[in-house]
Design a binder for this molecule. Structure first.
Ligand SMILES: NC(=O)c1ccc[n+]([C@@H]2O[C@H](COP(=O)([O-])OP(=O)(O)OC[C@H]3O[C@@H](n4cnc5c(N)ncnc54)[C@H](O)[C@@H]3O)[C@@H](O)[C@H]2O)c1
Ligand SMILES: O=C(O)[C@H](O)[C@H](O)COP(=O)(O)O
Length: 387
């Protein structure tokens, strides 16, 4: 049976994984409509497509795959009620988000003349991303506080209350966006909780924009000039609050998870789900398509101070300041153009995002006598070679 697949044009390796399963139609994810699905058996999306009754009613879609970690754009109850198979890509780009946070912390440290180990970092949500971040930071010697009402400390390490977490130097958000129940995360960080943070705390949001009340954050930063925000995600994307962007220490267009490795892993995971749903054998594996990294090795030839070596290695793998600079200049240009330019520019920055690889793909050569440096770089996830 040939499966007709409608796929977001921004999902990589669609032909490589799916061409021998059926026919493929690529459409723009942001503007996908019910008309695009008239002949579809399977739908593959990213986070910018709202998958709900108004998209699916009247279609013959039997499987929906989202090549993303987040699932807040998918009405899973509707899928279940209509017997439509579903697969997301849990953890696919967790490593890329952790790399983003490490690069962000290295910039924060530079601006404050601090080392990684001078900070207490709070992690809100200890799932795939939060737990990997916790492991990396703790092994690097950073003090970590974590909160997660749905997790057992036996599985994810010690947990504290949200009140305690708000006292950390850095608060990094890693929850899904949820709107129901006692622990709903929409506006989890609101004016009152911002008030309870240290005046010079740094809030990092790389999960979903609406987990933070963006207006309250902007006002808080106006009143507390020492407070820093590092923002990858924005309330009402692709709308962007330019005022908030201008106040943020680092601003990026929802690309924390955009490593090649993470995106391709996402495609492989939905491919496996689609094969299972349609009873097709799994013939393709990510390793067939993942290229070798361009930068082969970073070499430290002599004793380098720990913080400097960490910063150099992290930024050789991922330099957040480049993404920040590209976004600011594009958005400022767009703000002088007509209606809709900011939205279009936000999406364009994401569509044309340059190639980036995960930290574990970068080899780092360290003199064999520098044991502490070797250990710390391994803890940060690098492929360390003693020489
Ligand atoms: N910016 C990006 O490019 C990017 C990339 C990947 C993921 N994300 C986002 O990051 C989120 C986290 O990713 P993940 O893979 O770790 O998801 P996950 O589902 O594995 O983990 C989320 C964790 O948050 C916890 N949680 C839920 N409500 C909470 C609350 N009120 N307080 C504290 N913890 C709470 C859950 O129990 C869970 O452990 C995703 O949902 C996605 O929206 C963004
Ligand atoms: O949820 C995720 O996996 C990430 O937010 C992902 O990077 C979103 O990317 P998009 O689907 O919007 O391209």
């Amino acid at each position: 049976m040939a499966v007709h697949i409608v796929a977001d044009e921004n999902i990589p390796l669609i032909d490589e994984f799916f061409a021998d399963i059926g026919t493929i139609t690529r459409v723009a994810g942001r503007t996908m409509s019910a008309a695009d699905l008239s002949a579809a058996d399977a739908l593959l999306v990213r986070s910018v497509t709202q998958v709900n009754e108004s998209l699916l009613a009247g279609s013959n879609v039997k499987f929906v795959g989202t090549a993303t970690i987040g699932t807040d754009h998918v009405d899973q109850d509707y899928l279940q009620q209509h017997n439509i198979g579903f697969r997301s890509a849990p953890g696919c780009n967790a490593q890329a988000v952790v790399d983003y946070i490490l690069s962000a912390l290295s910039v924060l440290n530079d601006s404050r003349g601090q080392a990684f180990t001078d900070l207490t970092v709070a992690i809100v949500g200890v799932g795939n991303v939060g737990l990997l971040l916790r492991q990396r930071l703790e092994e690097m010697g950073v003090a970590v506080l974590a909160v997660d009402p749905f997790k057992d400390p036996q599985d994810v390490g010690e947990l504290v209350s949200l009140d305690e977490v708000l006292q950390a130097d850095v608060i990094s958000l890693h929850t899904p966006l949820t709107t129901d129940g006692e622990h709903a995360t929409r506006h989890l960080i609101n004016a009152e909780r911002l008030q309870r943070m240290k005046p010079d705390a740094c809030l990092i949001n790389s999960c979903r924009g609406a987990v933070v009340d963006n207006r309250a954050l902007q006002q808080h930063m106006l009143a507390q000039p020492e407070f820093e925000a590092i923002l990858d995600v924005w309330e009402n994307e692709p709308e962007l609050d330019l005022e908030l962007m201008n106040r943020a220490m680092l601003a990026t267009p929802h690309i924390a998870g955009y490593s090649l490795d993470g995106k391709m892993r996402g495609t492989e995971m939905v491919y496996q789900g689609l094969c299972e749903c349609f009873g097709v054998p799994v013939r393709r594996k990510l390793a067939q398509f993942l290229p070798e990294p361009g930068i082969k090795m970073v070499t430290f030839t002599d004793q380098v101070p720990m913080n400097q070596a960490l910063r150099t290695a992290i930024r050789a793998a991922y330099e957040i300041r480049v993404d920040d600079g590209v976004m600011r200049s594009a958005m400022i240009r767009a703000s002088h153009q007509g209606d809709g330019s900011l939205r279009a520019t936000f999406d364009q920055l994401r569509r044309d995002y340059p190639l980036r690889r995960d930290i574990p793909r970068l080899k780092v050569a360290v003199p064999s006598k520098c044991h502490d440096l070797q250990d710390t770089l391994k803890a940060a996830g690098f492929d360390v070679r003693a020489k």
